[in-house]
Design a protein around this ligand. Sequence first.
Ligand code: ADP
Ligand code: ASP
Ligand code: MG
Length: 407
Amino acid sequence: MALIVQKYGGTSVGSPERIQHVAEKVMAARQRGDDVVVVVSAMSGETDRLVGLAHKLDPRPEPRELDVLLSTGEQVTIALLSIALQKLGCAARSYTGAQVRILTDNAFNKARIRDIDETAVRKDLGAGRVVVVAGFQGVDEDGNITTLGRGGSDTTAVALAAALKADECQIYTDVDGVYTTDPRVVPQARRLARITFEEMLEMASLGSKVLQIRSVEFAGKYNVPLRVLSSFQEGEGTLISFEESQMEQPVISGIAFNRDEAKITVVGVPDQPGVAYGILGPIANANIEVDMIVQNVAADATTDFTFTVHRRDYSQALDILRDVAIGMGARELSGDNKIVKISIVGVGMRSHAGIASKMFQTLSKEGINIRMISTSEIKVSVVVDEKYLELGVRALHDAFELERAPK
Ligand code: ADP
Ligand code: ASP
Ligand code: MG
């Protein structure tokens, strides 16, 4: 008998019929003799709808109140799934994040889990019940409701699996596993039977939203066996594996992309100590996360300084820098929020040369101009104009022959 944590995403619980289907899948696991904890998301579209409602009243709603609002989506689903399970004759009990006591910090809208009190869950499991937990939410020390950031139900599931030392954490979604790239953009994308934890971490952090990045971090930290599967069809899905396979590794495992990028350039700043700090200090103080940073070699006594931020923070970052740029004597402040980042990821890159140049050659053949480049041990990222996203990803998928299974 195993202890399994199953998570069902928004599409998987998008209607009463789909919730019924989930109840039947949970029931089947029970009948195989497993103990089951189920984590659910809000019904598809619901979190967006709630955000939209708040924005009708205030474009920048108070984060605490937004979390009170957003957490209701998941509360609906836990109740409906428990009702469906009970109707099937399967004992079940629903819990909000606060009721389980998923304790988080107080960073509303992007809280981090600190601790989980699994006593109640264990008691229910011991009494033969299925435990249904609301994803994406927790409670801070003062009893305020918090949420974990978009896609946060994945993290709830992995954190619960870690706390309960579950045998497996299964993420059920609308695709049957992790693919070489988003199958919505490249129909020839191939499901990976396994992906290393390290590669999954890069893919998630570079924009593959199939798993929230924090869920992958958690899985790594606590060694949680993690699998991505389809809610709608049977199959093995993708195992996030901790050992690198003995078999020949493909050089590139996947392509990630991120549409939420924007870049800002401070043109013609004096080339002297304190410039990077002068520009990025105020940005950090405003809690804006910076991703890529490029400073050119000074041609005259001045240099250009470019960095990227999330598109949501673009106009605020520009506002902050207007005065800063003038104060520094910069020639100009410019920006572009119609850019995207495309990244190739693979542990095989460590032992193969020429991967970056193949990437650049492929993009140049398509006439795609590269605006920025950044590399690390197992990835190469480029920033390009938004209109080239699909073309670029497809060309790279082709060039690295990702549709073919490695021999
Ligand atoms: P859920 O609502 O179940 O959490 P998400 O929409 O968050 O589902 O994640 C699943 C989606 O992730 C897929 O429909 C797919 O479009 C997208 N996706 C992006 N990159 C990948 C990838 N490499 N492999 C599989 N799916 C991906
Ligand atoms: N409902 C939340 C969201 O849409 C959390 C999740 O689905 O994981 O982001
Ligand atoms: Mg998701």
